[in-house]
Design a protein around this ligand. Structure first.
Ligand SMILES: NC(=O)CC[C@H](N)C(=O)O
Length: 214
């Protein structure tokens, strides 16, 4: 494959940051809002945002079913935060909130899992397949509660979080080991937002490599 064409679902959320990161990794990055645009991509990124709103907008533009179908056929996908929620097979705390996940990844995801106390924070973590620590920005993030047997864990919340960047560090300590990045075949998901860390495209590079490998 030459330059892979990677779409970013552009209904809501952190679209521009993903487009820019993908371009820096040598992909052709295109916003996806319509079926014809979806048909033209070799892989797709589902950005962060709000999974309730994303579900509703996918219905509104009649993209929910086409996207679900392409994912079921094996379209490589990467979801960050709300995108991870949308890729899951099942979501806790989804019933009342109107989230309808697309079922591309055999995991149970818990929305807003870190709770009020630790709402948003940053830390460095080890990421399977990436050399050196990865700076991870969590914003009202989910975590993965359960994984199917074909799913690999790529990153978990480290112990002893940096008290300088995380004022509620003692609260965070109880969170060590929570699963925050996974891969199943050509589907990658992170609970955090690599697209917000300037100058580090290593997670996006992983995804571009997955797309090229197809
Ligand atoms: N930064 C994010 O994407 C937040 C996700 C959001 N809490 C949701 O449930 O969809």
């Amino acid at each position: 494959m030459g330059e892979p064409v990677i779409g970013v679902l552009a209904l809501q959320g952190g679209v521009a940051e993903h487009l820019a990161a993908l371009e820096r990794c040598g992909a052709r990055a295109v916003p996806v809002r319509r079926v014809e645009e979806l048909d033209a991509v070799d892989g797709i990124v589902l950005p962060g945002g709000e999974s309730t709103t994303m579900t509703r907008l996918l219905d509104t533009v009649e993209l929910y079913e086409p996207l679900r179908a392409r994912l079921a056929e094996g379209l490589p996908a990467y979801g960050s935060c709300a995108g991870m929620i949308m890729l899951a097979s099942s979501v806790e705390d989804a019933g009342t909130a109107g989230v309808r996940p697309l079922g591309a990844l055999d995991v149970v995801v818990r929305r807003n899992a870190f709770g009020r106390q630790v709402d948003s924070f940053e830390t460095e973590l080890d990421f399977q397949g990436i050399d050196g620590p990865v700076r991870a920005v969590f914003i009202r993030a989910p975590w993965v509660d359960k994984i199917g047997e074909d799913v690999s864990v790529l990153a978990t919340v480290p112990g002893g979080l940096d008290a300088a960047t995380t004022p509620d560090a003692t609260e965070h300590d109880g969170l060590a080991g929570r699963i925050v990045a996974v891969q199943q075949g050509a589907v990658l998901a992170t609970a955090f937002h690599p697209e917000l860390v300037e100058g580090d495209e290593r997670v996006h590079r992983c995804f571009v490599r997955i797309v090229r490998g197809r």
